[in-house]
Ligand binder design. Structure first.
Ligand SMILES: Cc1cc2nc3c(=O)[nH]c(=O)nc-3n(C[C@H](O)[C@H](O)[C@H](O)COP(=O)(O)OP(=O)(O)OC[C@H]3O[C@@H](n4cnc5c(N)ncnc54)[C@H](O)[C@@H]3O)c2cc1C
Length: 459
């Protein structure tokens, strides 16, 4: 049996259910999360209670949010929970160890069993004005509402592709903000796939349709097949110019929230030495793992959106399955019937996900209309045109070469914001698949840490 307690990184739906499963088996896992409180992205809690109830904060997901929070709170004495703790590196020199930044201090944690449930962030694409104050991701706009109880503007445009587009727009309308427009980059005809999805997942489709309908009844213009031209305004957002159905229009707003589904956070798995595989559904490289989340790296498991985008319900299931794999590897008994039931439920969710993706397709032709003067990498201030030159000259045929030549992905975010866009640019210009563009390898620190911190003497 392992001498060290298993470590879970991430206290979202996947991490919480993994912790619950390990505790039920008699283990006392360490749970690390950089957030103030457990819940992850969808069930994010405010840093301090603000008087809003579950229904007001989580809407249709209130029951699920409350169940997850209650489960986690009940685990309090049975786990070693460390909030506000960023895992910024997985070190493999002289034994496996996590490097931590916790309330300004350095920490280290050796491990034998590591379960990564690090979730996802918004996927963004550049266009003229995307770095202007007043432009947010859809997720950030929702986080402001959910955790801080404020809106990102008074008159907001929502743009992108994915279910989050309509959900966040509706949440803002409900909160009393003016939704100036919902601009869907997918065509209206793509929504036909929702009819097929309704046969398998009627609740999801009914919810999505009700958001769209309520927005329309509230007089919110909804446009399809949109491509942005530019953000209007000198110092901050004053409007958005866009095209739709061959027409060019401008909509006045003081904030824009946009995004194109999610991008898995996989850097820790990379640093831990996991192999990766390309997943066309997510247009992303994922840690290679078996159906339970067991990677090829002994003792390392992945679960939730960080192991591939599948949503919160799937994340809960995958957290349990990965914990079961860990238990089995420790020689502990697992409930095989329950594991089979969970795996079947997960397969159903993956099938739904496939249809959802067709209804909200990624705008693969994005860069055909974006001005070369647009910032591609905001950390290093690299223009799109610089990357285009490196690619069309034949010098950069894959993402790591593009990084070496232009510094795209070398800045503070380490490619978390720009790498997906750079890969899409590469595959568009080279007329090849995203898989052929290679994978940007993760470097520590996976998220920014204070200057000088890395050089500090460690306890
Ligand atoms: C901003 C945002 C908003 C969303 N809103 C909705 C929604 O309204 N409805 C919906 O159905 N789905 C939504 N989703 C998708 C949904 O949140 C996910 O499907 C679900 O939360 C996945 O659960 P998870 O446990 O895999 O990851 P998450 O819930 O993302 O949890 C991951 C946790 O890991 C922690 N973490 C990550 N990296 C580190 C690190 N290096 N060190 C320490 N801690 C770390 C994070 O702080 C986080 O708490 C949203 C996603 C995002 C990104």
């Amino acid at each position: 049996m392992s001498a060290l307690p298993p470590i879970i990184v991430g206290a979202g739906p996947a991490g919480v259910r993994a912790a619950e499963t390990l505790v039920k088996a008699g283990l006392r896992p360490v749970v690390l999360d950089e957030g103030f409180r457990a819940g992850g992205q969808i069930y994010r809690r405010p840093p301090v209670e603000d008087g809003r109830g579950y229904r007001a904060r989580y809407g249709s997901e209130a029951r699920r949010a409350e169940a997850l929070h209650k489960t986690f709170d009940a685990l309090a004495g049975a786990i070693d929970y460390r909030p506000e703790t960023l895992v910024w590196n997985v070190s493999r020199d002289g034994g496996d160890r996590l490097d931590l930044l916790s309330t300004g201090a350095h920490g280290e944690l050796p491990f034998t069993h590591l379960l990564l449930a690090t979730g996802a962030t918004d996927r963004v694409l550049p266009f003229p004005g995307w770095t202007m104050p007043g432009v947010y991701t859809l997720g950030a706009a929702q986080t402001a509402l959910k955790a801080q109880g404020c809106t990102v503007g008074e008159r907001i445009v929502f743009m992108g592709s994915g279910p989050l587009l309509y959900l966040v727009a509706w949440q803002y309308a409900k909160a009393g903000a003016t939704v100036a427009a919902v601009l869907d980059t997918a065509s209206f005809s793509a929504k036909i796939h929702l009819a097929h999805l309704a046969l398998h997942a009627p609740r999801i489709v009914a919810l999505g349709a009700s958001y769209g309908l309520r927005l329309m009844l509230a007089g919110v213009p909804i446009r399809y097949g949109v491509r942005p031209v530019r953000v209007e305004g000198e110092a901050r957002v004053e409007g958005l110019r866009y095209t739709s159905g061959g027409k060019s229009r401008t909509v006045a707003c003081d904030a824009l929230a946009y995004g194109f589904a999610l991008r898995p956070e996989t850097q820790l798995a990379d640093l831990a030495g996991c192999a990766f595989r390309f997943e066309p559904r997510d247009r992303a490289w994922l840690p290679a793992a078996d159906s339970l989340g067991r990677t090829g790296r002994a003792g390392v498991y992945v679960a939730g959106d960080g192991a591939g985008i599948a949503g919160a319900d799937a994340a809960e299931i995958r957290g349990k399955l990965a914990a079961m794999a860990l238990l089995a590897d420790l020689g502990r008994p697992v409930d095989v019937a329950e594991r089979t039931r969970l795996s079947r439920a997960l397969d159903g969710i993956y099938r739904e996900r496939q249809l959802l993706e067709k209804a909200f397709p990624f705008p693969a032709d994005w860069f055909e209309t974006v001005d070369p003067d647009t910032a591609l990498c905001r950390c290093e201030e690299i223009r799109l045109g610089e990357a285009v030159d490196a690619i069309t000259s034949g010098k950069a045929a894959e993402i790591n070469r593009l990084k070496a030549l232009t510094r795209v992905g070398m800045g503070r975010c380490q490619g978390r914001m720009c790498a997906a866009a750079a890969a899409e640019l590469l595959c568009g210009l080279r007329r090849d698949t995203p898989a052929a563009m290679g994978r940007l390898r993760a470097q520590a620190p996976v998220k920014p840490i204070p200057l000088g911190f890395v050089g500090e003497e460690r306890p």
